[in-house]
Write a protein that binds this ligand. Structure first.
Ligand code: ZN
Length: 153
């Protein structure tokens, strides 16, 4: 039946059948199989809230935030004012969009670390050393040469 609907380009039937097949697979504990069906349902234009709800949880757990957000938007646009389930989906969509935005920023911690530290070359032993960029004059010697100088004096 699914093949017939697909061959006829009957996307509404494809969406309904694959959405339902996904639910059946999920009930049986086969979540990966369920996700394969649900992905086909969404591609066929499914706006089924139950499919969007379950599938977006599965996607978000795998950090597939752009796809999760797409699934949620597709269902929310079609079901703008249905109760609890869409409220939950709206909150999840917000979370997915926030995670998606965070992931787009490339390595924020590395960038911050580069701003906070600078690499200097020791005038005595020539080795490079790092110090935090914040305040004061740049030291000419690395910490171990500087310590040696203090000991000599
Ligand atoms: Zn040195």
């Amino acid at each position: 039946m699914l093949e017939i609907a697909e061959s006829q380009g009957d996307m509404a039937t494809v969406a309904a059948l694959t959405g339902h097949a996904g639910m059946t697979a999920a009930e049986a504990g086969d979540l990966d199989g369920a996700a394969r069906y649900w992905r086909r349902a969404i591609a066929a234009g499914s706006t089924d809230e139950k499919v969007a709800d379950r599938f977006s949880v599965w996607l978000a757990n795998r950090h597939e935030y752009p796809e999760a957000a797409h699934v949620l938007r597709q269902a929310l646009i079609a079901n703008p004012d249905s109760g609890n389930i869409s409220e939950r989906m709206r909150r999840r969509l917000t979370r997915c969009e926030r995670m998606q935005a965070a992931l787009r920023r490339p390595f924020p911690d590395v960038a911050a670390a580069h701003r906070e530290f600078e690499t200097l070359a020791c005038s005595e032993c020539g080795q490079t050393f790092q110090r935090s960029r914040i305040r004061g004059r740049k030291p000419l010697r690395c910490p171990s040469c500087a310590a040696g100088h203090l000991a000599i004096q």
